[in-house]
Design a binder for this molecule. Structure first.
Ligand SMILES: NC(=O)c1ccc[n+]([C@@H]2O[C@H](COP(=O)([O-])OP(=O)(O)OC[C@H]3O[C@@H](n4cnc5c(N)ncnc54)[C@H](O)[C@@H]3O)[C@@H](O)[C@H]2O)c1
Length: 277
């Protein structure tokens, strides 16, 4: 392909948040791992590590302190890797300018009417909102199955008690066997278990919604991976999928699969061949 055509297909992107997830995404783009994606500018309210700052500088990528500062650059896609509050604050700002948005803090979208409001704004402005599969899979199968009706979707998340953190009203001290610490709708799970918020939210948005998606959280001292099991049943039949995730060795706060799912989504956005979905 002639060089000019290639340059025209390059997608200029901005990044909000250079923490665990954002720094991974920034580095993958800077390493050239995502053909057709160019990081134009990044925003964070805190200074990044000196290593990352050096890498950004060596690629002439400016760093601004607020997402509004990204508005000065000719971006076509903004990747949000900050937090739920930032999604609520920045989404209208970018969508109104016709800029696509890739949202990592998906939990923001199952609270209040933010999701339908942003979906309507994207429709009106002719731009797109991307939500990566993150730490789970089968989101494509679930959306296809939904077209003929789903009867039930159940997410069972199994984690070592130390990865679950403090749970109001539940003591996990000295736990010897697996214990179900929550069984209820995703809408409540996302409030009680902020660490699981994105998985439950993505599944809800793809399937039956936060009220009808059932979430079970199991504290299990016998596991050292974060395990997500999804069961879905409907007119299509049924499926079960189990993901046993390791943390990203470079960013232990996030699972490796979540990090890779963003890279994979960016590749699909720019790719000529689309597999799955
Ligand atoms: N969808 C998924 O599967 C998935 C997976 C992992 C993380 N996440 C979500 O992605 C988000 C980022 O995760 P993380 O682990 O990188 O968090 P992190 O705390 O490591 O990084 C967040 C970064 O955002 C910055 N930030 C905060 N407010 C900001 C603002 N107003 N403007 C610009 N920058 C701001 C912080 O300074 C920080 O550097 C979280 O909401 C997390 O829940 C989603």
């Amino acid at each position: 392909m002639p060089e000019k055509e290639l340059a025209d297909r390059t997608l200029p992107v901005g990044l909000i948040g250079l923490g665990s997830m954002g720094s991974f995404v920034a580095r993958e783009i800077m390493k050239g791992e995502i053909p057709g994606i160019r990081l134009i500018a990044a925003a964070d309210i805190r200074p990044p590590s000196s290593d990352l700052l050096e890498e950004l500088q060596s690629h002439s990528i400016p760093l601004v302190q607020s997402f509004e500062g990204l508005g000065n650059y000719p971006l076509r896609l903004v990747i949000e890797c900050a937090n739920q509050k930032v999604v609520a604050e920045c989404a209208d700002f970018f969508l109104s300018q016709g800029v696509d948005l890739l949202i990592m803090s998906v939990g923001a979208l199952v609270q209040g009417n933010l999701f339908p409001r942003l979906a309507a704004r994207a429709e009106e402005k002719g731009c797109r909102i991307f939500l990566p599969s993150g730490a789970i899979g089968a989101v494509d199968a679930l959306q296809a199955a939904k077209l003929r009706g789903l009867d039930e979707v159940i997410l069972t998340t199994r984690k070592n008690p130390r990865s679950l953190g403090k749970i109001e009203g539940v003591s996990l001290e000295g736990l010897k066997e697996a214990k179900v610490v929550y069984d209820g709708p995703a809408s409540e799970a996302v409030v009680k278990f902020p660490q699981n918020v994105n998985v439950a939210a993505t599944l809800s948005l793809a399937g039956l919604g936060p009220e009808k998606t059932r979430v079970r959280v199991v504290a299990d001292p016998g596991v050292d991976q974060n395990i997500h099991e999804i069961h879905a049943r409907g007119a299509f039949g049924s499926f079960e999928i189990r993901l046993a995730n390791w943390p990203n060795p470079d960013n232990p706060k996030t699972s490796l699969l979540s990090c890779l799912s963003v890279v994979s989504l960016l590749k699909r956005i720019q790719g000529s061949v689309q597999i799955g979905g």
